[in-house]
Write a protein that binds this ligand. Structure first.
Ligand SMILES: [Zn+2]
Length: 179
């Protein structure tokens, strides 16, 4: 470790302690040449696997890129930014925990879709249609069918149309009003 005062490389450790979270180690060092003291911090480097693109290029997983893709998909949807950040955190964590050195970009996209599907169906379909580049409308339709059968107990995609809900409400009231 290079002394910040005289540039020599030899120093001895006089004290060493773990940070509160245990992920950082702080060491007091004393330069063997000029005897001045300085502190170094050691941190375990977490390895996020490289993303292998379709054309074979490798690049680092970029949080910012994942965030902006998700934000685009969630545009004008009731998804808080904090929730989007949680998804990115979860994916990054999953990638680290996988222990892989490389991961195909499709697998990253699938992870995003898996999370997004639980959060917002419209954002999910938007993301999936960009990501999977559906070849035709049938492919998109079958994706939406799958999605609505998964959520059969909850609100179908059409529930975002308030007039549909109002109409069924009207029918119910009409029935009840009959003598
Ligand atoms: Zn020194």
């Amino acid at each position: 470790m290079k002394c910040p005062f005289c540039g020599q490389l030899e120093s001895k450790v006089t004290d060493s302690r773990a940070g509160t979270a245990g992920d950082v180690i702080r060491r007091r060092r004393e330069c063997e040449t000029c005897a001045r003291r300085f502190t170094t911090y050691e941190r375990v480097e977490e390895v996020v696997p490289l993303v292998v693109k379709k054309d074979g290029r490798r690049e680092a997983f970029e949080r910012q890129k994942a965030l902006s893709g998700l934000r685009r998909a969630c545009d004008k949807r009731a998804v808080p930014l904090a929730r989007i950040e949680q998804i990115v955190d979860a994916i990054e964590r999953e990638l680290i925990d996988s222990g892989e050195k490389e991961v195909p970009s499709e697998k990253v996209g699938e992870r995003v879709m898996r999370h997004l599907r639980e959060v917002d169906p419209v954002a999910y379909v938007r993301f999936a249609s960009v990501y999977r580049q559906f070849k035709d409308i049938d492919e998109l339709r079958s994706e939406i069918d799958q999605l609505s059968s998964r959520r059969s107990e909850g609100a179908p995609l059409s529930a975002q149309d308030p007039s549909a809900a109002a109409a069924s409400e009207g029918v119910k009231n009409g029935e009840g009003a009959q003598p």
